[in-house]
Design a protein. Structure first.
Length: 233
């Protein structure tokens, strides 16, 4: 796969597209404002918040070997999705294709054409294939191997009023009837297709890097965590 990228589960080589130049690995910049202060050297830096970063722009140069599939390629390379790059296997970027793709001849009289695909990526590289973490004992340590807080999806199986603690973060759950899912990426609480936002009090939890205790009180059978580990590449 060294000459192929993957977009929304499909490899570029399936469309006759081969990478000629891969993007550099870029670490996202912190979102900040810089203010010049009179009679003071340099600038005053004001961060918007802790661990808030700007998007990363990644461009992939490619050649197309099958010109009969240009219309298919145009349909495929659009919108938002998951981007997997060959030099960063085992994970993906959440991205959106932002450029108007232009097919240009490599050499006059040759059948190949080149194109550049530009992806606007969320600042974090996300690990894929990570199994869920199932906890049956309160005050169990969960270790985040990533470099930034993850946004987990946590399903609590139990009944009645439950207090869930992820590190120092506290979530109160009221009147749980079987299970409730706390989906931090979506900022929604639900059970199956039913909204349970009215049964949740508190902020949607994150898991900071390192060892973090997860505990609860109330009638809980188990807690299942889809961790969504992330890295500032």
């Amino acid at each position: 796969m060294t000459d192929s990228f993957e977009w929304n589960g499909q490899k570029s080589t399936d469309y006759g597209i081969h990478i000629t130049d891969q993007p550099s690995v870029i670490i996202a910049s912190e979102r900040a404002a810089f203010t010049q202060v009179p009679a003071r050297s340099g600038t005053l830096t004001q961060l918007e918040a802790d661990m808030v970063y700007d998007d990363v722009i990644l461009s992939v140069d490619c050649c197309v070997t099958d010109l009969t599939r240009i219309h298919e390629i145009g349909v495929w390379l659009r919108g938002a999705g998951k981007l997997v790059l060959p030099e960063q296997p085992g994970g993906y970027y959440e991205a959106r294709i932002v450029n108007q793709i232009e097919f240009a001849k490599v050499l006059r009289g040759r059948p190949n054409r080149t194109l550049t695909v530009t992806f606007r990526c969320h600042p974090f590289w996300c690990a894929s294939g990570v199994p869920d973490i199932e906890l049956t004992t309160s005050t169990t340590i969960v270790t985040n191997p990533g470099s930034v807080p993850s946004e987990p999806v946590i399903t609590v199986t139990g009944t009645g009023d439950i207090t869930l603690m992820v590190g120092q973060q506290i979530v109160e759950l009221e009147g749980v009837a079987g299970s409730i899912t706390i989906d931090t990426p979506l900022m929604e609480a639900y059970s199956g297709s039913d909204s349970q936002n009215d049964k949740m009090i508190g902020d949607f939890p994150t898991i900071p890097p390192g060892a973090v205790p997860v505990s609860w009180s109330g009638v809980v059978t188990k807690v299942t965590i889809r961790p969504n580990w992330r890295y500032l590449v």
